[in-house]
Design a protein around this ligand. Structure first.
Ligand code: NAI
Length: 468
């Protein structure tokens, strides 16, 4: 008798079964298609092979892990297990049918979990007679590598079902955070602005590579547009649309027309060979060293009373083009200078540049930034710059999520670090940058772009009460 059953042997099901087997549990994978079971098995074998090559697993261990995974085409194979994790297609009716069938097969004290990312646990559970044993266990892709599981309590879920889900998550060596049954749970919801802000910056004329570079400057491992290409533009759009619809059209979640255009044009990212970037083997990324040598600094003067101005090297009586080095969230337009420079914090390696200047001047400005050991990234002249507005929008969503009691503050932060690989939790990050600064950026963006930037009441209250 297996310790647990996984229904659906696709990307997620195979990953969950592999994680269970790696942790010493036995798992039966059930799929309606034999071909899917074979593919799932193959994916698992490939991943285990990689672990052997890297010396993380011996060949004997690999065989033991594989020996703990069995396959079946009938749900009957779930009879007797204490936990079933469903990871089939994201379709409410099909999921409801599977849960109602499972109820007749699996003993009454066993827990039935769904890995759904966009449906409500309550609706799936409504097809059963014992909704108290239905719980959400939302894993992240690739499952063997991602340490987070969002454990979702529906309104009828019994605490003992939650406990079981948490216990198994911990047995898998992963971290469980408890979340309420709300659209996008925590990670998919709080991460929405990461993509949307970058898309809006490209819509405002930003260059995708530069926008990514600017946002990476905040400490993210990948730029949002690179990540959207990796995930697939279609999947990303589906998540945006689902959140937008399920929130009754919250302007904050409004999908980007550019995203939709790219899906319609088949520019889905890596899987179609082109998204924001091309994946034809040629590198489009400019060679940093070549760039550094392509222009010499000079002919520009850095002005402004900021740490950044000092880092770039101010020349009080310098001549030529003036770069205004800012350390706030204002826009450059109307300041009387041609180029603005700013960064998120004094230890940020990237300097965002704004201004519409000739290529030759651009080169000189970039050379000035590189000469200071920093990386330049040109972004549109909008409040906050790319990095700060991204972190501000993430923090704002985290404040909404906290206020709506979807999860605790520490769980929200942990979820974003483990489930989305963020360098910091957005709530702690906002505290570090200053809540008043975050609010100023949101208010400035709201003035320019409307309700997509309404600040969370909790954030506004904290600033009003001097909790900056
Ligand atoms: P997938 O398309 O790779 O796999 C789905 C599998 O379910 C297929 O092998 C299919 O044959 C099987 N299936 C369909 N109907 C079935 C039935 N009635 N009984 C047994 N097997 C059936 O899908 P993927 O990406 O693995 O997603 C599965 C679930 O996990 C979805 O609910 C999805 O929203 C969720 N999820 C997906 C993530 C991802 O990054 N792909 C991340 C987190 C959750």
């Amino acid at each position: 008798m297996a310790d647990l059953a996984v229904v659906g042997a696709g990307t997620m099901g195979a990953g969950i079964a592999e994680s269970a087997a790696l942790a010493g549990l036995s798992a039966v994978m059930v799929d309606v298609q034999n071909a899917a079971l074979a593919r799932g098995q193959e994916t698992i074998e490939k991943d285990l092979e990689r672990r052997v090559r890297r010396g993380r697993l011996s060949e004997d261990q690999r065989d033991e892990v594989l020996g703990r995974i069995s396959a079946a085409t009938s749900l009957e194979a779930c009879a007797g297990v204490q936990l079933v994790i469903e990871a089939i297609v994201e379709n409410l009716e099909i999921k409801q049918k599977v849960f109602s069938d499972l109820e007749g097969i699996v003993p009454g004290d066993a827990v039935l979990a769904t890995n759904t990312s966009s449906l409500s646990v309550a609706r799936i559970a409504s097809a059963t007679e014992q909704p108290e044993r239905v719980v959400g266990m939302h894993f992240f892709n690739p499952v063997p590598a991602m340490r987070l599981v969002e454990v979702v309590a529906g309104p009828a879920t019994d605490p003992s079902s939650i406990h079981k889900a948490i216990e198994v998550t911990e047995q898998l060596g992963k971290t469980a955070i408890e979340v309420s049954d709300t659209p996008g749970f925590v990670v998919n919801r709080v991460a929405r602005p990461f993509y949307l802000e970058a898309l809006r910056l490209v819509e405002a004329g930003g260059d995708p590579e530069q926008v990514d570079a600017a946002i990476r400057g905040a400490g993210f491992r990948m730029g949002p547009l690179q990540l959207a290409d990796l995930i697939g533009m279609d999947i990303n759009l589906a998540v945006s649309e689902s959140l937008y619809e399920r929130s009754y059209y919250q302007p904050r979640f409004r999908p980007s027309p550019l995203q939709r255009f790219m899906v319609e044009a088949g520019l889905l990212g890596r899987k179609t060979g082109q998204g924001f970037y091309k994946y034809d083997g040629s590198s489009s990324a400019a060679d940093e060293e070549e760039l550094a040598q392509s222009a010499t600094p000079g002919g520009v003067t850095v002005v402004g009373d900021s740490e950044l101005a000092r880092a770039l090297g101010t020349e009080p009586n310098g001549e030529g083009l003036k770069i205004l080095a800012l350390e706030d969230e204002t826009v450059l337009a109307g300041s009387g200078v041609e180029v603005g420079a700013r960064r998120l914090t004094p230890d940020s390696p990237v300097v965002e540049l704004v201004g519409d200047v000739d290529p030759e001047i651009r080169d000189r400005v970039e050379a000035t930034v590189r000469a200071a050991g920093l990386t330049p990234a040109w972004t549109p002249d909008l409040p906050g710059g790319a990095a700060l507005r991204t972190v501000a929008a993430l923090a704002n969503e985290a404040f909404f999520t906290l206020e709506e009691r979807v999860a605790s503050a520490s769980d929200i932060d942990r979820a974003m670090q483990l489930g989305a690989n963020y360098p910091k939790g957005p709530l702690a990050w906002a505290d570090e940058l200053g809540l008043a600064r975050i609010l100023r950026v949101l208010d400035a963006l709201r003035e320019m772009h409307g309700d997509s930037y309404s600040a969370a009441p909790l954030l506004r209250r904290r600033v009003a009460f001097g909790n900056n």
